[in-house]
Design a binder for this molecule. Structure first.
Ligand code: NAI
Length: 343
């Protein structure tokens, strides 16, 4: 039994959220992760139980314990409530979305040697949700960029390079069109690079060309840095390079709090059918354990993270038990059981 216990908030979320978070927690517990989960409500389901998509008690617990694992939540299209994710990231100032995208053992895709990390600015851009109808049939959406936010996300990306021995940051932008907002993003990134990280490679690429380059040869990239909307889109594109949304984890990191979650959404098309791949959520849990290992110098967290990674590498490489998105026929439960047996 682990002697230390670290509290972490668990948000099951909507759609496949409860399935993938339950699977992730089961594997993490079996691996000896010293986590005490505090289940908190958020998402469409929270309206019925707590009268709010993002109850204040959930934010309060996240502020108190400083860390959480979150399942996806649904967001209505073209109306309805504001995205829970946008509100959560804003409320807790989780300004850096960090999304590692790598080939996995035995998961064959069109590409080899994909090893990218996306740094997405998580609080500004077009996601501020400032939209207006200026006249009937005429609407606007305001893109916001501030020097503070552009600078701190650049700092995060370069600092990551230093700690993880990464060689190059590529900034994706459209500053030829959005001269002020993307222009500021670029200027801040370059200023951070030139002043503090000249030893790290630096390039600026217009995003349409960058996407074309990504699908031609992703191995030319290392760390990708971009504003909010581009980061959202490029994350899914990159997931497609390595096997899809079922295998790409993520972290939303702020100064005082970090919330870990897969890149994928609530997948209403497969929700409740036992078909979801829990790996992206579990890998986000591994990112959380590594984060806690560093923050609390927790050896049990580090060991649990290594055991889980070893288990999924093994099960995937063997190739016998896989969920449907990876070409197999295993259910969420069968895959979870296989992971636990391989710990
Ligand atoms: P989605 O990511 O939920 O699904 C896209 C496709 O990928 C679907 O065919 C789905 O079945 C598949 N997929 C996703 N995750 C999978 C997994 N773990 N295993 C196997 N297959 C998986 O994107 P979509 O359909 O655009 O969005 C659905 C809802 O999710 C929307 O309400 C959207 O706003 C929300 N969303 C929430 C996010 C979050 O909470 N972090 C992120 C993205 C979307």
């Amino acid at each position: 039994m682990p002697t230390e216990v670290i509290e972490a908030v668990l948000i099951a979320g909507d759609g496949i959220g409860p399935e993938v978070t339950a699977a992730a927690c089961e594997v993490m517990q079996a691996a000896g992760a010293p986590i005490k989960w505090l289940s908190m409500p958020a998402g469409v389901g929270a309206v019925a139980t707590h009268g709010d998509v993002l109850p204040e008690m959930t934010l309060a617990e996240l502020r108190r314990v400083g860390v959480g694992l979150k399942g996806p939540v649904g967001t209505p299209i073209g109306g309805g409530f504001r995205s829970v994710n946008v509100s959560l990231r804003k409320a807790l100032d989780l300004y850096a979305a960090v999304r590692p995208v790598r080939n996995l053992p035995g998961v064959k895709t069109r590409y080899e040697n994909v090893d990218l990390v996306i740094f997405r600015e998580n609080t500004e851009g077009l996601y501020t949700g400032i939209e207006n109808q200026v006249a009937p049939g005429v609407v606007t959406s305001m893109k916001v960029a501030t020097e503070t936010a552009c600078t701190r996300i650049a700092e995060s990306a370069f600092e990551y390079c230093v700690h993880r021995n990464r060689k190059k940051v590529s900034v994706f932008h459209k500053a030829n069109i959005m001269k002020l907002t993307d222009g500021l993003f670029l200027r801040c990134a370059k200023a951070v690079h030139d002043a503090k990280y000249p030893q790290i490679g630096y390039e600026e690429i217009i995003i349409d060309n960058a996407c074309m380059q990504l699908v031609r040869d992703p191995s030319r990239y290392d760390v990708l840095l971009m504003e909010n909307l581009y980061g959202d889109l490029v994350s899914d594109l990159c997931a497609g390079l390595v096997g899809g949304l079922g295998v790409v984890p993520g972290a939303n990191i702020g100064r005082d709090c970090a919330v870990f979650e897969a890149v994928h959404g609530s997948a209403p098309d497969i929700a409740g059918k036992g078909l979801a791949n829990p790996l992206a959520c579990l890998m986000s849990g591994v990112m959380m354990l590594n984060f806690l290992a560093e923050k609390h110098h927790s050896q049990p967290c580090r060991i649990a993270a290594e055991r889980i990674k070893g288990a999924y590498d093994h099960v995937l490489a063997e190739g016998k038990i896989r969920t449907r998105d990876l070409g197999g026929s295993a259910t969420t439960d069968e895959f979870t059981t296989a992971l636990i047996s391989s710990l």
